[in-house]
Design a protein around this ligand. Structure first.
Ligand SMILES: NC(=O)C1=CN([C@@H]2O[C@H](COP(=O)(O)OP(=O)(O)OC[C@H]3O[C@@H](n4cnc5c(N)ncnc54)[C@H](OP(=O)(O)O)[C@@H]3O)[C@@H](O)[C@H]2O)C=CC1
Ligand SMILES: O=C(CO)COP(=O)(O)O
Length: 317
């Protein structure tokens, strides 16, 4: 394994961040706070990719889902530092391969360790210096521990986990429910409705996760329940904002035009729902979000459809 793994937590590291969006910038600030040397590559910037990637102990991909394949192709052409650990923080599903970003990175760089970083991490709160916790997950425990050491600080508490798929799916799928939660609040349906929605929504996430081979218990951790609570209860969440505005009758294209940054839940829903249908995995809440995003129903009609489904036992996924 890499010699970089022997670094102690106090040794400054070279860290490359691909993507200069709000999350990439925030992670850069957290890393600089820990004394590391950080280089951010953005397609809009002047730093060439080869200079950003050269000699990096950690390379973080912080682009939105639509940027993953383009930057991955550039990274293949440029070549990664042989010892770098790849960290992916994108919360999305690839529309054509219908897999998570870590799988795309691992397929492109089979010799490198890939770590998924996800948790309840609204960047605007972290930028204000407020404390947050997150999870780093990998099939290589040493790589996860190395990233944990590199990013842990008094404002960012980092846990390790050995279920990267579960961690990545938790962070990705909660965005669909954040749209539903925003719609719930946009209709002013109250606390009981929101609690019911999120609890049954978590059951849908776990159902999908189990089908894909993730560990069910991962979804009760920071990247699952934790991120669900943060995103579905915060007006800072872009996905929540999409749902809230849809419930108020604003058209999706106008919402997305006016939105500051990316709402990954829109693409994730479009990829997830047909996939779940093909595999006969029932995800009624996500399916209603899909119809809402397509403009086929109103938020109020979605509520009616969910409330009047056939009654069933609560237990089991
Ligand atoms: N913001 C947050 O609080 C958190 C976000 N995330 C996840 O991190 C990811 C990034 O989020 P965030 O930074 O907020 O999003 P932003 O919309 O702020 O930034 C998106 C980033 O992706 C880049 N990008 C998009 N398309 C391409 C492309 N074709 N080629 C190269 N780069 C591209 C953008 O580059 P450019 O600047 O040049 O347009 C930009 O750097 C998302 O998957 C999000 O779900 C995870 C945790 C927290
Ligand atoms: O994933 C996030 C917080 O953990 C950010 O949520 P949004 O993308 O909905 O803003």
């Amino acid at each position: 394994m890499t010699s970089a793994l022997s670094n102690t937590s106090d040794t400054p590291l070279e860290i490359a961040i691909i993507g200069g969006g709000v999350w990439g910038q925030t992670l850069a600030e957290l890393a600089r706070d820990r004394g590391h040397n950080v280089r951010i590559w953005s397609r809009r910037g002047t730093l060439p990719l080869d200079r950003a990637l050269a000699g990096a102990a950690i390379t973080v991909s912080a682009v939105s889902m639509k940027g993953v394949k383009p930057v991955l192709e550039r990274a293949i052409a440029t070549g990664l530092a042989p010892e770098t650990i790849l960290v992916t923080v994108t919360k999305g599903l690839d529309p054509s391969d219908r897999i998570t970003p870590s799988r795309l990175w691992q397929a492109a760089f089979p010799e490198h360790s890939v770590v998924v970083l996800a948790g309840p991490n609204l960047s605007k709160e972290i930028n204000r210096g407020l404390p947050a916790a997150t999870t780093v997950a990998s099939t290589n425990p040493q790589a996860a521990q190395f990233v944990q050491q590199a990013f842990s600080s008094n404002r960012f508490r980092v846990y390790t986990n050995d279920d990267p798929l579960g961690v990545e799916l938790g962070g990705t799928l909660k965005n669909v429910l954040a749209i539903a939660a925003g719609a719930c609040d946009g209709l002013d349906l109250g606390t009981n409705a929101k609690a019911g929605l999120l609890t049954r929504g978590l059951a849908e996430i776990i159902r999908i996760g189990i089908h894909w081979g993730a560990k069910p218990e991962t979804f009760y951790g920071l990247s699952g329940l934790g991120d669900l609570l943060a995103t579905c209860n915060s007006t800072l969440s872009r996905n929540y904002q999409v749902g809230y505005q849809l419930a108020q009758g604003k058209p999706l294209d106008k919402i997305l035009r006016d939105l500051e940054g990316t709402a990954e839940g829109v693409n994730t829903t479009q990829v997830l729902v047909p996939l779940a249908n093909e595999h006969h995995i029932p995800i009624p809440i996500c399916s209603q979000v899909d119809l809402l995003l397509q403009g086929k129903i109103t938020a109020r009609q979605a509520v009616g459809a969910l409330m009047l489904r056939d009654v069933k036992p609560e237990s089991g996924f």
